[in-house]
Design a protein around this ligand. Structure first.
Ligand SMILES: N[C@@H](CCC(=O)N[C@@H](CS)C(=O)NCC(=O)O)C(=O)O
Length: 211
């Protein structure tokens, strides 16, 4: 069977999530960088990989998967002992709810194509773009900060092992810092992110690590 291939961009937070998940599963994979800043995601060659023209995509088990949540779900089912997503139904729903605040309610409003649309089609300048960015991060992070308070005693966002909430949180905090979002209102969330960031699987997935 051919090896695992990740179509990736270092600063893509959706790709960063999947790199962490692959590392937590102890899987070896090849990274193919898709230059999303230069428009490679819209090339016919990459649209053949992912018709949406978005990273990540993952070639695994003879299939090409898209959408980071679907990819992480696949990795979770292939590697149930890692515990990327809790198995117990209510815990699973709690973890997915927190992860989806980031995946579904923050990130889609702030990804590259949306920010570019604001600038090129709506005429937003850099300041207006950054106000927009921070607005949606703060909205989601305020909710997450409150939800994490119930897990304050846990080492990671949920429990004693890193999982889907941590692997969504760390890339979103990284990107929020890049856009100078004020993170002071979110001390617990930042503490959880710092704990996870120091963990080897997260460290190895960091955008500054060689690809
Ligand atoms: N919901 C998708 C989002 C993927 C996504 O938005 N990827 C961004 C990078 S983080 C991208 O490829 N952007 C290219 C563009 O905006 O043109 C997922 O979770 O995989």
């Amino acid at each position: 069977m051919a090896g695992i291939v990740l179509y990736d961009f270092p600063r893509s937070s959706a790709s960063y999530r999947v790199r962490i998940a692959l590392n937590l599963c102890g899987l070896t994979y090849e990274r193919l960088t898709v230059d999303i800043r230069g428009g490679e995601q819209d090339s016919p060659a990459f649209r053949a990989v992912n018709p949406q023209g978005l990273v990540p995509s993952l070639r695994i088990d003879g299939q090409t998967l898209t959408q980071s949540l679907a990819i992480i779900d696949c990795l979770d089912r292939r590697n149930p002992d890692v515990g990327l997503i809790p198995g117990e139904p209510a815990a699973r729903a709690s973890a997915l709810a927190m992860a989806q605040i980031i995946m579904c309610d923050i990130h889609p409003l702030n990804n590259l194509r949306v920010l570019r649309y604001l600038e090129t089609e709506i005429g937003a300048d850099t300041d207006a773009r950054d106000v927009w960015y921070a607005r949606w991060v703060a909205s989601g992070f305020h909710a997450l900060e409150r939800m994490l308070a119930g897990n304050r005693a846990d080492v990671f966002c949920m429990g004693s092992r890193p999982g889907i909430v941590d692997l969504c949180l760390v890339p979103q905090v990284f990107n929020a810092r890049r856009f100078n979002v004020d993170l002071k209102p979110f001390p617990l969330l930042c503490a959880k992110a710092a704990t996870a960031e120091a963990y080897p699987a997260f460290h190895a997935a960091h955008p500054d690590q060689p690809s």
